[in-house]
Ligand binder design. Structure first.
Ligand code: IMP
Length: 199
């Protein structure tokens, strides 16, 4: 059966295709269905955005659809940037500007008070309105300066105590083994596999 990922990110499409290899799915992204209208991420929560993207993609296509939304929550900043993580430094801003803004917002904050968590919420929706939600988390601390050059987004400022390094100091396989996105997907995989059995 076909599973639609509500994303134009080919990397995510490839990753999930690989995980579902042998389960009888053809995984496609939004680029394969150009007639579907653009979905605006305007909800106040990660769950709201994930649910909105998956539900719109499922209703528009008649297929089961999977979507995710991720945010970085910093305790000392009342969980900001949260749902605004992509555009923390303003509309159209880049990763470097977001990291500069975050480090400056935390200037003078002691190391042990720089706790943060990455949260990924994943939604799996059916064309009939059915919805399943799962969440993956990664706990860590915000560094005082950029460290490492791998990855993207807030990776250079996100220190993982168990690994003793930032996400940007990890090779992709190492990050993928412990990331918030991988944890959410791990929890969602049984629901996805059940669809194939029920079909
Ligand atoms: P999205 O929901 O996957 O598009 O993520 C929203 C924003 O969160 C991105 O634009 C990044 O700024 C940040 N982000 C998401 N995942 C990661 C990650 O694994 N590392 C660092 N930043 C991330």
């Amino acid at each position: 059966m076909r599973l639609l990922l509500a994303t134009r990110n080919q990397h995510k499409v490839r990753e999930i295709s690989q995980l579902l290899r042998g389960d009888g799915f053809e995984v496609i992204g939004l680029d394969s269905l150009p007639a579907l209208p653009e979905i605006i991420e305007d909800q106040p929560t990660l769950e709201g955005n994930a649910r909105k993207k998956a539900a719109a993609a499922a209703q528009g296509s008649g297929l089961w659809a999977l979507a995710d939304d991720t945010g970085l929550e910093v305790a000392a900043l009342w969980r900001a940037p949260g749902v605004f993580s992509a555009r923390y430094a303003g509309p159209g801003c880049d990763f470097a500007a977001n990291n500069r803004k975050l480090l400056s917002a935390l200037q003078g904050t002691a190391a042990k008070k720089r706790a943060a968590v990455f949260r990924t919420v994943m939604a799996l929706c059916g064309p009939d309105g059915a919805a399943m939600i799962e969440e993956g988390r990664l706990e860590g601390f915000i560094t005082e300066e950029l460290r490492g050059s791998d990855g993207f987004g807030y990776d250079p400022v996100f220190f993982v105590p168990a690994a003793g390094k930032t996400l940007a100091e990890m090779k992709p396989e190492e990050k993928n083994a412990l990331s918030h996105r991988a944890a959410a997907l791990e929890k969602m995989l049984p629901h996805i596999r059940n669809l194939a059995h029920d079909a």
